[in-house]
Design a protein around this ligand. Sequence first.
Ligand code: SF4
Length: 353
Amino acid sequence: MPTKTEALIKQIAIAKKSSIEQLVPVLAGEDNRPLWQKADEIRKKYCGNEVHLRGIIEFSNFCRCNCLYCGLRKENKVLPRYRMKPDEIVAIAKDAYQVGYKTIVLQSGEDPYYTKEVLSYVIRKIKELGEIAVTLSIGEREYQEYAQWKKDGTDRYLLKHETADSVLYQKLHPHSSLEKRIEGLRWLKSLGYQTGSGFMVGLPGQTLETIAQDLLLLKDLDVEMAGIGPFIPHPQTPLGQEIKTIDSSLLTLKAVALARIILKRTHLPTTTALEVATNTNAFCAGANVIMRKVEPLAYRQLYEIYPQAFDEEKTLAQERKAVEEYIRSFGRTVSTTKGDAIKIEQQKYEEAD
Ligand code: SF4
């Protein structure tokens, strides 16, 4: 006889559209074994055993925004700021490609210093390196900019919705609105980007119902990637002044597992924030992607959305070897492809057949 949790998880797995009423008891439940098992089973069935590695270049920590939780916020005057030169970004991408990274994620605060033309140059130069995917993660920009960067060869765009509660969204992001964020995500989809969204777990004011709404929004947006990470307070931010510590890592893992069960083929990374908080990984809860910073250590230490510790500096090749060993220690294989959206991969396979 299945337990109530097992029966609910089964219903969620087969439902075309699950409901808040189904998701909340699973998020609140104490027996998580069936949740990890189902997420792992679905990950295996739809995504296989491969883990995709992404190399992130955090090329600027300037930001015009003032999000209440983020260490890069404009009002954080304590943080030393940096901007990489376009050719420096390309050189780092080249080094990362040479040690095996086939996706480069270009990430920054919202920094208009990097105009449409400057980023076009960087994207085109990186695409010339070879069989490599480019993902942008640079916040909200104009439609024409998204359109140009797609023409330049950009494959993917990450724009997390952060929370599906519009009132909470507005409070945390004084410069924008949830509506505008979703409009941006729909633009990106319409332009043909493999589109990623995601949210934080453990935000003050967030309820289990909100997390359920976050999961349903990902389904509604039909995202190809979803980053779900714990809220970690940063002392130089208004939220970090309010809340000193919070451990939402278990709840985050549950949300990742439910995302896998609901979304099936979507790429789900084990996020850096989750590793920081749990000292563990989400591979056993449905994740199939891992991201690694590839810029020099001096920059990594200044890209502090939330506080984190860093190992001593190693070469990119040594770091790549270590992360590959880490992946294999879970019985998983390291992908040798660009790791496009799984729908696209399948389409290519069917076309070649
Ligand atoms: S979350 Fe993004 S947009 Fe907001 S302050 Fe941080 S870097 Fe800027």
